[in-house]
Every structure is written in C-alpha cells, then in structure tokens.
Design a protein around this ligand. Sequence first.
Ligand SMILES: [Zn+2]
Length: 240
Amino acid sequence: MLAASGRPRYITRVRSEPGDSHADRSTADSERWALLVVDVQNDFCTGGALAVPGSELVVQRLNASIGEARRLGAVIYASRDWHPAVTNHFADYGGTWPVHCVQQTSGADFHPGLDLPPDAIVVTKGEDQGLPGYSAFDGHTADGIPLAADLRQRGITRIVVGGLATDYCVKHSVLDALSAGLHVTVLEDAIAGVDLHPGDSERALGEMRAHGAHLTRTGDFSPPPRKNPHPPPPSGQNHA
Ligand SMILES: [Zn+2]
C-alpha cells in the first residue's frame, strides 16, 4: 500500500520525458532544484515521543516524491532535529515540548521506512540549548555548511518541501527559504501538523502561501521547469 494512488501520474510524467536517466540528470543540473524532507524522525512518527498524527501517510507520500526526485536528478536533503538532553526547548527545562530527538538516541533516527538514498544530504539542527531550531535553515550539513550556503554552492534556487510538522519545522523552513529568495513548493499532502492549538496547521499553510510558497499535492507534483522541454516558436529574430 505505498501511495499507489500517486504513482501512475509520476510514471506518466517520467515516461513523457525523453532521454535516459543520465540525460535527465544533466538537464536538471542546468536548473538545479532540491527536495527537502523535514524531520521524518522516529520521535515525530507513530509511537514516538512527539508523534504527529498522519505521519505514516507522510512517509509513504515522501517516498514517492524521493523516487521521483532521484529519477530527475534532484538533490535530496533531509533535515533532522538533533537536540541535547538538556535544552529549554523541552518542557522539563521551561519549554513547550516533551523530550524528543535527543542526539544519539533511536528517537532521533530517521523513520526506518523512509527511503532516503545514500547520497541524501543530512541537515542537522536544534543543537543549541537556547534555541528551538525549528527551521532547517538553522541547520548545517555534515561538513558544517549552513543549508542556505550549501544550496547556493550547488546553484539550487528551487526547493520542494514535505515532512513534519506543518505548523513548526515545515513552516519555519519554508518561510526561511522564501526569505532567502528561493522558489518553494510545499507538498501539502506530504506534511502533517501537531495542532497544539486547533487550526494551527491550516494557519501555517495560509502563512506559507501568503509569503509566496506554491502548494501542490504529490500526485500533481512536477519538478521545476527544465531547460527547453518544448522549444519556443521562432520569434522572428534569428542570430542577433
Ligand atoms: Zn525539537
């Protein structure tokens, strides 16, 4: 039962593109984009310390998107909450949340059903005892490069975002991405929210949209435009 409803359209779209996977990759390289998978970790999934309702469906739908992104040569980032045992992010120390995603614990591991490829770039955040680290843009790669800088270095200007949770880490990541000037597409059926206050997720979606995020569904997901998929008609001016 792996998001079967979303698959046929993916396959149709992929097959409609000429060329093999190498051609796909080289084409995508000229217009770099990335899939950002936000915090799909055990503690945010069913059975975890801060389980988000609907997390299992999010995993299934993101797996379809990961497969699509890989076929099209996109870069895949996966952010993770990575807290110290003591942080004022946790209710025990004056914060809001139950203890979750503590460094080096199984709760902080990515969900075992998430099909992250070996070359996915892990973005670690939430290490500061005094900051919540909601946004992936607060995080860094294994090489210590901040996410925004890593995206810039790779020439990536467009990102597609899904994951957990809509009203916190997804929202903050999306708003920061927009502030950084990136074009952002949110997979609205591959996210799920905590809804500490009823309606938080809906409000978060509204906020993301109001700041310029494009919302779409995984079944309708198409990657950012590729170079000359349909060459434009002659404009009348030939060789300048
Ligand atoms: Zn956290």
